[in-house]
Design a binder for this molecule. Sequence first.
Ligand code: FDA
Length: 307
Amino acid sequence: MNPLRTLILAAAGNDTIRHLVATAPVSRDVVRRFVAGETTQDAVHATRGLVESGLSVTLDYLGEDTTDRDQAERTVQAYLELLDKLHSDGLADRAEVSVKLSAVGQALDERLALENASRICAAAEQAGTTVTLDMEDHTTTDSTLGTLRELRRSWPWVGGVLQSYLHRTLDDATALSGEGSRIRLCKGAYNEPESVAYIDQHDVDLSYVRCANALLSGEGYPMFATHDPRLIEIIGERARWYGRKPGSYEYQMLYGVRPDEQRRLAGSGETVRVYIPYGEEWYGYLMRRMAERPANTAFFLRSLVSK
Ligand code: FDA
């Protein structure tokens, strides 16, 4: 892995650096480029803007690695409030939510995470929208896929995420390519060991294409989460090859990343969903975005010293 990426991902888990960055006079604009704001109102405002420009949305209330029940409960309440607001503002048909199980108690007790995720799914059903479970580091993959299976018994539309950097993912993609399945395919954002993950980016990309083929040739609804122009082109070609019409799969990109490409794809008739993070816990998320792209890091560091 690129040493800068390793360093930044290490900083994402370092409490001292976390404190320094969180209390530094970081330009509001920098955080705002990747994070919609801290409140439900901010999230709904950003959602409305994107929906009005022809995009769909998935919203992530930021917070991960929760180690106490009260924090997990606050996260559930934030999702319930958000879903209620999406419904009352008439946005629920174009905006769903993404949930990290670690934010609703996975590390404390898997059953608590399942119960909390179930409450969010029930609220999403009432609001008329869907939920996708984000995927975190490889130590949680089995637990998260197990919870996805449980949730899908009651809410068959609950989506999951697979990461092409993991060696296991082609098998998971094949197993999860059946009817009704909604799977987001991404490269993967965590610092994983060679024993479980491809380290060379080219291998990660090759795996992405193999997994995309498995999903496109199945009966489910694949969601291709990438900003990579080469992969976006290949997916378009593979989708045509498998006779997939736009709308029987979708592209997904992160808020603030390649917005012109998001609009271009949507303008060409594709479904494009933008992942909007919001909330006070923006630090870990921002660090992962920095790790992905040195240009983002330079932009961020410049803003730190220029304030
Ligand atoms: P990558 O970062 O390898 O970049 C490839 C190319 O894309 C670049 O060379 C450049 O051409 C272009 N590009 C990338 N960023 C750009 C930028 N800022 N500006 C211009 N061009 C840019 N991960 C995870 O582990 N679990 C999860 O649940 C999710 N969920 C998720 C949802 C959504 C909607 C997205 C888009 C991503 C995720 N991810 C994720 C993150 C994902 O795993 C991955 O880390 C990032 O998407 C970065 O990988 P890319 O595929 O975009 O390509």
